[in-house]
Each structure stands twice: as structure tokens, then as C-alpha cells.
Design a protein around this ligand. Structure first.
Ligand code: HEC
Ligand code: HEC
Length: 226
């Protein structure tokens, strides 16, 4: 067994114990919950903004598959939703897809908090759009990783039921093409501000180790998971 410590410049500290998979982690995330004391927007303003988000993400935040998939955000953890909205607003995510995305996803901090809370409470049915024949292989990768190619068990961080915890997102029910696109393009899509490292760095080695076929399998499995 060896012990490895990954340390990123800011508020992140992740400790990984690995024999086969990652078994222990410690997060300290003081940077993320800052400035909560700004006034919360009026209910009507929040509702109008939600309707706008739902135009794309769906009425229950279930997402829409397709060529340019829109992710499921219903039932996601509050902390992850807030962190991603902040990452879009600060152009740390999707710098290529760009300014349009940053402005769509860049409301004020109190608005982001209200939207994150709203979407985290929804519980849409999974769209179940992945190739069925890959589900069994994906389930195994999710639970055990692929030790021969240094792919850790996803369950070690995302949880045995893929529900996530705090800044670690839930993956259950996520759309197949969205999960594939995120994992295939991880380093171009995330952590785009090199001076300001974020949680994306925790996933980078995983996204680099996992192969195209393994991504397809695990994404298929997740798309059916309630
Ligand atoms: C024009 C369509 C559109 C609108 C409007 C929109 N989104 Fe998105 N959203 C997307 C797309 C497309 C992505 C995926 C981006 C990518 O591929 O990284 C996304 C990604 C996200 C993510 C990241 C999800 C994840 O699992 O990492 C969150 C959170 C999110 N949107 C929340 C919102 C909220 C809240 C609103 C309303 C303020 C909103 N979106 C409005 C299209 C939209
Ligand atoms: C060491 C902990 C860790 C392990 C192991 C891990 N992840 Fe992650 N994963 C994370 C964190 C943290 C994030 C959030 C990154 C961010 O904020 O940008 C994440 C994000 C993701 C996302 C983006 C979700 C979204 O909604 O956009 C996907 C997809 C993902 N992981 C899949 C996997 C798969 C598949 C495996 C197993 C092969 C895995 N992860 C293993 C920590 C981990």
C-alpha cells in the first residue's frame, strides 16, 4: 500500500489512501461558502430565474439528451451545484464554449445559492438513455475501478449509490452523452484558470486514466441508476 497526497494551491486538500482504490479523503472547503450574507433576491425574481434554467434543464431538472446534451441537475448536491455555477461565472469551466455559458450560468452569489437549493430538492426519474449492453461492465468499473490501468473505484468518492456528497457530485441518472463528453474532454472543460485550482483537479487523474470504452460502459450504467 502506498500513501499519496495531492495538494492544490487553494482551499483544497485531498488525501488518498490507495491499495486498490481510494479509501479515505479529507476535504476542507472554506473558500466555497464565502459571502453568504448578501441579501437573498425576492421570491418572484428567483422563480423567474428558475423558469429560465428549466427551459434548458427541464421542469424537474432531468436534463435533455441529444447532440449537445443538457445535464441533469435535479437532485444534485447543493454544494456541487453552487460550486459549478461559481466556476462558470469565474470562467474556470467551459472557457471554450464560453462567454455565453458563463453569462447564462453566472447569476449573483445569493441567486446561485437559491437556485442550487431549489434544484437539489428535485428528484427526477433517470432518462436511462445509455446502451443497455454496457451496463454490467459499467457497474463493475464503478464499484471496483480498473486496477490494471490505475482507474480508481468511482464509488470511493461518488458513493456506493452514486449520490455524491458535498462538492462531490451525484452521478446517478446523469445523461449518457453528457457523462461521456465530460470524461472525454475533462481537461479542456474544467479547471480552466490555472492560477486558481479547484475541485476539478481531483478528477483529472481519473479522467486521464479511464479509456474510451470504459467511459462508455460507466456512463451507460449511471444513466439507468435511480
Ligand atoms: C441555454 C440552455 C441553458 C440554460 C438557460 C441553463 N443551462 Fe445550465 N447547462 C447547460 C448546458 C449545455 C450545460 C453543460 C455544459 C457542459 O457541457 O459543461 C449546463 C450545465 C449546468 C450545470 C453543471 C452541471 C453538472 O453536472 O456539472 C449546472 C449546475 C447548471 N447548468 C445549472 C443551471 C442553472 C441553475 C441555470 C439557470 C440560471 C441554467 N443552468 C441555465 C445549458 C443551459
Ligand atoms: C478521488 C475522488 C474521485 C474519484 C475516485 C472519482 N471521482 Fe469523479 N469527481 C470527483 C470530484 C471532486 C468531482 C467534481 C469536480 C469538479 O468540481 O469539477 C468529480 C466529478 C465527476 C464527473 C462530472 C459530473 C458532472 O455532473 O459534471 C463525472 C462524470 C465523474 N466525476 C465520473 C467519475 C467516474 C466515472 C469515476 C470512476 C472511474 C470517478 N468519477 C471517480 C471525485 C472523484
Amino acid at each position: 500500500m502506498y500513501h499519496r497526497e495531492i495538494q492544490t494551491p487553494r482551499h483544497l486538500r485531498v488525501q488518498l489512501m490507495m491499495p486498490l482504490c481510494l479509501s479515505a479523503m479529507l476535504f476542507s472547503t472554506t473558500g466555497i461558502a464565502a459571502d453568504h450574507d448578501v441579501a437573498t433576491p425576492a421570491a418572484g425574481v428567483i422563480h423567474a430565474k428558475m423558469a429560465y434554467c428549466q427551459d434548458c434543464h427541464g421542469p424537474s431538472g432531468q436534463g435533455y439528451p441529444g447532440f449537445s446534451p443538457i445535464p441533469r441537475i435535479g437532485g444534485q448536491t447543493i454544494q456541487y451545484l453552487e460550486a459549478q455555477l461559481k466556476a462558470f461565472a469565474e470562467s474556470r469551466r467551459d472557457a471554450n464554449a464560453s462567454t455565453a455559458m458563463s453569462s447564462i450560468h453566472g447569476p449573483s452569489e445569493p441567486m446561485r445559492a437559491a437556485l442550487a437549493e431549489h434544484f437539489s430538492k428535485l428528484d427526477p426519474e433517470p432518462i436511462a438513455d445509455g446502451p443497455k449492453e454496457l451496463v454490467a461492465a459499467g457497474k463493475k468499473i464503478y464499484a471496483e475501478g480498473v486496477p490494471t490501468s490505475n482507474v480508481p473505484a468511482c464509488s470511493a468518492c461518488h458513493g456506493p449509490e452514486a449520490k455524491g456528497r458535498a462538492e462531490i457530485p451525484g452521478l446517478a441518472g446523469q445523461l449518457y452523452p453528457y457523462t461521456v463528453a465530460q470524461l472525454e474532454g475533462w481537461s479542456t472543460k474544467r479547471g480552466n484558470d490555472l492560477q486558481n485550482a479547484d475541485m476539478a483537479a481531483v478528477m483529472t487523474p481519473v479522467a486521464h486514466a479511464i479509456s474510451h470504452d470504459q467511459i462508455a460502459a460507466v456512463a451507460a450504467y449511471l444513466s439507468y441508476l435511480k
